[in-house]
Design a protein around this ligand. Sequence first.
Ligand SMILES: [Mn+2]
Length: 281
Amino acid sequence: MNSERFLAARAPTARAAAVTLLGVPYDRTQSYRRGAASGPAAIRAASQSIESYSPALDADLEEVALVDAGDLDVANHAPAAMVDAVAREIERLDDATQPFLLGGDHTVSVGAVRALAARHQGLCVVQLDAHTDLRDQYEGNAYSHACAMRRVWDVVGDDRLVQAGVRSGVREEFAFARSHGRWSSDSLVIPEVVLTALRRRPIYLTVDIDVLDPAYAPGTSNPEPGGPAFNNLLSALTRLRGMRVVGLDLVEVSPPHDPSGITAIAAAKLVREMALLFASR
Ligand SMILES: [Mn+2]
């Protein structure tokens, strides 16, 4: 076992990967309490404590061409420069591989969406998150993690953002979601009519670990009570099976805020299930 890489992942080679994990250890946009910069390392370490086989999916990560490309060296970048670096790294990847970012704070998603929207016309974004993240600015910073989905909207435009599990934000953000997004709800159950429309589109899937109730994932920068249990999140992800997911991420794991380490283990299990559900084979 190699604790430097995610469970069952290989080092990058010339051979094509179905999924390429890329850590973005960055937390300079976090507003309340930082710590997500150590998310990727904690998720990789926690992955060594779970099995590569998923009983729920009857699939094994060993059967997926999974590559762990390591971490981007962006810890000291200003937010806009970090976003550019993420975009450039994804542009370098082969068309056939699905980038899977390990955050880092939610702003890391903006670079991925920017790169993938240029490659996949009509890209839609599915966001599972406790927070709307639709502020235009926060504390004077347009690249705050509280603005991540607003910056995504700048790229993809109207009717391309689907938000599930959202239960926190200011009134203006919810109004923005209603007038500019495709669907937004505190529920994880995306209506069939929305899913049908998404099936014709390339999808970027972003999961903020804080979508879970803090009982299941206390180690995050802005825990928000009143969220779903781990198995409800897995069910919601399973309902997205068959979507053309061209990129994905799991963000906002903040190990310093969870001495038990359960958040990183939950994250590692989510990464496994998401890779198994959405890897193109
Ligand atoms: Mn959030």
